[in-house]
Ligand binder design. Structure first.
Ligand code: BES
Ligand code: MN
Ligand code: ZN
Length: 523
């Protein structure tokens, strides 16, 4: 069915990423000098080394104005000697300073800069504990880049666009970081270069994730993914609906059947120079991209249904991961698989009671057309195992409302068939702040999926919904493949103010986490 309201293609532009510089000594002449202030400590900043006018201004701000250095606070003074603007940035208690705290401060700074329309600043770490300096410098830059994210593509009057969005018209956002320790200059430079790539990839994932369902359909997403692949020299292929039908991908085809925009399986492949495809070596990353989830015939209630445009966030994270893998030239073979469909309803739509033949030969009794994510993922996972024989498979999806109830927007649910992969992912989550909480995958739960008509139902009774999702997916992972399922329903689009750097848009959860995991794998 042709649909004139549907767009054939769309282009998305996340804007120009910020530029990070490392200075080997303080440069006082700048548009804005940013100094971190530690909470409730006598030596709140190291005054030695500062020109007297600036040191005096900082002391005055702290003493007279009672600036207390709490994370999430900031104070600006203008016309201080050689610095046009002085911005004091609260970074919290010294003993609590960690990457998450510094990221938060960085994101707050970015929002402030956007308001005052200043796009070039110098950060002087002053009295910050410098033992973990390269990590903290990286976290700060990361916070600035992520905190600057806005999605204003559909606002006629852009009140406060991000500096990255504006960069086309003016200069890019530029952050210069003074590196007080000569020895760490090179390391900080490398860390900042990586953070630039990783945050740009995260913001790309967020930009696409924010596109509404009338614009972003399986077919427009295919075009976007193709462009991202081309720009990053990734191999790109599409298993379209007709081919998927012939191949027996009954889950993907059923979920997409009610939409004017047919479903597809998008595949982006990164193979490092000189590396051969090798069984047991590739990392497969699979992400759910339901461009809009009405629930289908088992239709959802109206309240908040609009948020189901974010039901593609797992797949969008895969786009970001693939871009970052290519730009960082990681030493691993990485395959990104994005099953995409619009779960909506017309006379062609699949229905409760239908029995589906899945790609791996198993049959599914559809009890609820709103448990659609696992159906498209099942085919993608089975295909990934067969075709790429991965050494690890990581799947991300906004799969269940149950995980939102259980973990809210702080932790994502992790379900893993294997302890080592689970531990690696939890570690990567702790260092990126994209934290994971493990839920059990145990055969004792399998009976929740028993069906009198087929091998399993797609959704059982009310108990343990997130685990039902994980148990369902485990039926489609080939024996011997270490795999993990991340249920990101609660963290992919948290409410405004739930998390510091997100605002009221998609978070890009999963990009930083999985890139960190890949970087930690070593060569
Ligand atoms: N996309 C939803 C899950 C979801 C819910 C994501 C809330 C973000 C916020 C998924 O497709 C769904 O509808 N899940 C149902 C499954 C149920 C019908 C078995 C759920 O969890 O309610
Ligand atoms: Mn659903
Ligand atoms: Zn869904």
């Amino acid at each position: 069915m042709a649909n004139s309201r549907r767009l054939e293609s769309v282009t998305v532009s996340p804007g120009k990423p910020p530029v990070f510089h490392v200075l080997s000594r303080a440069e006082w002449k700048c548009a804005a000098l940013v100094i971190p202030i530690v909470e409730s400590s006598k030596d709140r900043f190291a005054s030695d080394g500062f020109p007297p006018d600036i040191a005096a201004a900082i002391s005055k701000a702290i003493e007279l104005h009672g600036f207390d250095g709490k994370v999430g606070t900031l104070m600006q003074a203008n016309g201080i000697g050689s610095a046009e603007r002085l911005i004091l940035l609260g970074v919290g208690k010294l003993e609590k300073i960690n990457a998450d705290q510094i990221r938060w401060a960085g994101s707050l700074l970015a929002r402030h800069l956007r308001k005052i329309k200043i796009n070039s600043v110098t950060f002087h770490p002053a009295g910050l504990e410098l033992t973990h300096w390269p990590i903290l410098a990286g976290a700060f830059a990361e916070g600035v880049s992520l905190g600057d994210f806005r999605f204003t593509a559909y606002k006629s009057e852009k009140k406060s666009p991000s500096l990255q969005e504006e960069a086309g018209k003016s200069r890019p956002l530029t952050l210069s970081i003074c590196c007080p320790d000569q020895n760490s200059v090179k390391t900080v430079q490398r860390v900042l270069a990586e953070k630039s790539v990783i945050t740009a990839a995260t913001n790309l994932a967020r930009t696409v994730a924010c596109q509404p369902g009338n614009v972003l359909t399986p077919s427009t997403l295919t075009g976007i993914a193709r462009n991202i692949a081309a720009a990053n020299k990734l191999k790109f292929s599409v298993i379209d609906a007709k081919t998927a039908q012939k191949m027996g991908m009954g889950g993907l085809c059923a979920v997409g059947a009610g939409s004017a925009s047919p479903p597809a399986l998008l595949i982006l492949e990164y193979l490092p120079r000189g590396l051969k495809r090798n069984a047991g070596k590739a990392v497969a990353v699979v992400g759910k991209a339901v461009t809009f989830d009405t629930g289908g015939i088992s239709i959802k209630p109206a309240a908040d249904m609009g948020n189901m445009k974010y039901d593609k966030c797992g797949g969008m994270a895969v786009l970001g991961i693939m871009q970052a893998a290519a730009q960082l030239q990681l030493p691993h073979h990485v395959v990104g698989l994005i099953p995409t469909a619009e779960n909506t309803l017309d006379s062609q739509a699949y229905r409760p009671g239908d029995i589906l033949h899945m790609y791996n030969g198993k049959t599914v009794d559809v009890t609820n057309t709103d448990a659609e994510g696992r159906l498209i993922l099942a085919d993608a996972i089975a295909y990934a195992c067969e075709k790429y024989k991965p050494g690890a498979l990581i799947e991300m999806s906004t799969l269940t409302g149950g995980v939102v109830v259980a973990l809210g927007s702080v932790f994502a649910g992790l379900m893993a068939g294997e302890d080592e992969l689970a531990a690696q992912l939890i570690a990567a989550g702790n260092s990126t702040g994209e934290r994971l909480w493990r839920l059990p995958l145990d055969q004792a739960y399998r009976k929740l999926l028993d069906s009198p008509h087929a091998d399993m139902v797609n959704s059982g009774a009310r108990e343990a919904h997130p685990i039902q999702g994980g148990m369902f997916l485990s039926e489609f992972v080939a024996d011997g493949v270490p795999w993990a399922h991340l249920d990101i329903a609660g963290v992919a689009h948290p409410k405004k103010d739930d998390r510091w750097w997100i605002g009221d848009h998609a978070s890009g959860f999963g990009v930083r986490l999985v890139v960190e995991y890949l970087q930690n794998l070593g060569a």
